[in-house]
Design a protein around this ligand. Structure first.
Ligand code: SF4
Length: 442
């Protein structure tokens, strides 16, 4: 029996698809293509309406495959499955099952049941069991691995539906994460990305109060991962700023394998808008946190997420966001134009910012970012950077690329000793719009 998984959305979904694939392969399935598989899965995203539309469009299109091959089992998993449940079965008559984010441990047994006895079903109860059952990994050799350490979120930001579709925040045990990290490293993984909606809340048992300054189970986890022989780099995404306490900053500083880059979602630079978003920090406390991290770890880089055009955002609010972004000097930013999500609290508000204003604000921040990244990259020309080699560059097969600990992409001519997942020194000779170019040093 062959399976194929089409994945939409975030890294958490990519990670889940890897785990689904590993669980299916353990049960005897082999990976096929969309055209020749017996089990076709859509691991979906709900973060924007467009993401749901895209997935539904593709699932609708796949109906003709089912007409040709009636034995084909088609299932939907992920956030859209969790949000819409049975509604998807009604809307898409050729769909066999819908499995929510809290029922992933049911996937293999359910598919086996459906192979014996065909029926249509939707299972969307949010269960805590799922977290420990999702440890499997794609077995193809790779220098990079991802580990989900928490699932769900307790923050309830007004624009976000994650707490409703991924459930309340739960953390995996430290032992299971360390076992998974060691197994990945033995398989050749050299960089691990830790995933969670708010990784810095790891191990806090869902307590929404930021921890005491000297308490951070996430910091303890980083310290233990840092000791794994053979592992070269550790990255994580995303921490909520209020949980980034002195204990975590000190662990980052002392763990040489933890990369010198933090993705710290800002969302807005206006206190009024942050309050409306139910973000539990102010622009000032965000500023101070960045300064505290920079002072402890010189040279660290920052990336962020920002939403423009949330209901009620005035020109003055946007100006504060722009000012804060330029002041912090983010090396990367993901800028989103607000769109209401059914189910999120802000969807109840009138969408007051006209689309053209939203577009203009988005463009202003993108232009600022482009200018800033250009200046930052050109400042690195002449320096020598330690780069973790990733492999052949996607844009130029004659070149390889890799990444610095600070998350800058570097392209270079390979030599015969190049191998993905090794650290090499690269002398930077020029900068492009979003990346660096250089020569490998012996
Ligand atoms: S912290 Fe806020 S934006 Fe992030 S997942 Fe939780 S509710 Fe959503």
């Amino acid at each position: 029996m062959k399976y194929f998984i089409r994945t939409y959305g975030c890294q958490m979904n990519e990670r889940d698809s890897e785990a689904i694939g590993a669980a299916l392969e353990e049960a005897g399935f082999t990976r096929g293509s969309e055209e020749d598989c017996d089990l076709l899965l859509f691991n979906t995203c709900s973060v924007r309406e467009a993401a749901e539309r895209k997935a539904k469009g593709k699932i609708g299109y796949i109906r003709k495959l089912k007409l040709k091959k009636p034995s084909l089992i088609i299932g939907v998993t992920g956030c859209m499955a969790q949000r819409l449940g049975e509604e998807l079965l009604r809307e898409l008559p050729h769909l066999d099952f819908v499995l929510g984010t809290g029922q992933m441990q049911r996937l293999v047994p359910l598919v086996q049941e459906l192979m014996k006895e065909r029926r249509r079903c939707s299972e969307t109860e949010l269960s805590a069991e799922v977290l420990e059952s999702m440890g499997g990994h794609d077995q193809s050799p790779s220098w990079h691995g991802q580990i989900a350490i928490t699932r769900g979120c307790n923050r309830f930001c007004s624009y976000c539906i994650v707490p409703y579709v991924r459930g309340r925040e739960i953390s995996r045990t430290k032992e299971s994460i360390l076992t998974e990290a060691r197994a990945l490293t033995e398989r050749g993984v050299r960089e691990i990305l830790l995933l969670g909606q708010n990784v810095a809340a790891y191990g806090l048992n869902g307590d929404v109060r930021p921890p005491a300054p000297d308490h951070s189970p996430f910091a303890e986890l980083l310290e233990e991962l840092n000791e794994i022989p053979g592992l070269l780099r550790i990255r994580f995404t995303s921490p909520y700023v209020s949980y980034f306490n002195p204990r975590l900053i000190s662990a980052m500083k002392n763990c040489e394998k933890v990369c010198r880059n933090v993705h710290l979602p800002l969302q807005s630079g206006s206190a009024r808008i942050l309050k409306a978003m139910n973000r539990q920090y102010t622009a000032q406390s965000y500023r101070e946190k960045v300064a505290e991290i920079r002072e402890a770890i010189p040279g660290i880089t920052f990336s962020t997420d920002v939403i423009v055009g949330v209901p009620g955002e005035e020109d003055s609010d946007f100006a504060l966001t722009r000012e804060l972004m330029n002041e912090v000097g983010f090396e990367q930013a993901y800028i989103f134009k607000y769109s209401p999500r059914p189910g999120a609290r802000s969807a109840l508000l009138e969408d007051s910012v006209p689309e053209e204003v939203n577009e203009e604000r988005n463009q202003i921040l993108l232009d600022d970012l482009k200018e800033r990244i250009g200046a930052r990259l050109s400042g690195l020309v002449g320096s020598t950077q330690e780069v973790l080699l990733e492999g052949v560059s996607a844009r130029n097969p004659g070149r390889w690329s890799g990444r610095t600990s600070t998350n800058f992409v570097v392209h270079f001519e390979p030599d015969e000793t190049c191998s993905p997942g090794t650290l090499r020194q690269v002398k930077i000779s020029r900068s492009g719009a979003v990346s660096l170019f250089g020569s490998l040093l012996p």
